[in-house]
Design a protein around this ligand. Sequence first.
Ligand code: NAP
Length: 284
Amino acid sequence: MKKKILGVIGDPIAHSISPAMHNAALKALNMDQEMEYKAFHVKPKNLGKFLQEVREKGYLGINVTIPHKVTVMEHLDEITQYAKIVGAVNTVKNEDGKLIGYNTDGPGFLEAIKNKLGITPEGKKVVLLGAGGAAKAVGMILAENKATQIVIYDVDETKTIHLTEQITSNFETKVIGLPSKNNDLNEYIADCDLLVNATPIGMHPKENMSPLPPNTIINPHTYIYDLVYNPAETQLAKQAKASGAKATTGLSMLVYQGALAFTVFTGINAPVEVMEKAAQKALH
Ligand code: NAP
């Protein structure tokens, strides 16, 4: 029997851990004789051609990573409301030639904070560091799930302003966009319930750096989610733990966005623990 194809597209793509996670899930569910998940290196100029191939060859679905998450939207037949609001798609399902775009990054973050920190956004005062692609998905899902306040800080002030406006125009959550080099950031951090790092600071090769301004005090009652997943324990997570705060890093979000995409593709609940183990192994 010819296997049905799933996959991930990006440029570059060689370091993606998605094939390891999804193929481990297929194997655990005895579905690896019917389906296979591959990595496809697709350059921006070839994106349209590749999506035509997805239709023609009947691929079941694809995940989408940098730099295609926004541009892929031009080539789809339908896009979910949440992915439209975020303005990015990371999962495409092929339903008999009709390509439907989803975004599982924000819902993946939601599952990660529920399962790893034991919290939901409702009623929380949040500080979100970074206003790039990942921060957008996180900010939207926090607001959709009734966070009381989100304070956004990015070194690039134009991105802060843009994300602040985007969330405010879609949700009722109070959003405060801080200008860069703002001295109030420390106070907001000291007073927040949840601190999220959506900047690349702390990621290899800058693993000795923290995204926090100097002399920041972390309240022991604050929960910390660092989207960085390499290294597994970031400088920020170490600082948080030294302050007595509960902290976790980004592998869980990566795993849950993958698990949710697996369900979109197959209609079956994903074996999350299997996917997590495969992701950990692929990272080392
Ligand atoms: P991005 O689009 O480049 O956004 C990052 C933003 O952070 C940029 O605007 C950057 O500004 C800003 N920034 C850099 N240093 C900062 C600082 N000290 N304080 C405040 N803002 C700062 O990147 P992304 O795609 O959103 O990814 C961000 C991080 O999340 C990466 O480490 C990525 O690996 C991780 N991530 C994890 C997951 C997961 O599933 N765990 C998913 C997506 C992304 P400049 O561009 O001016 O430097």
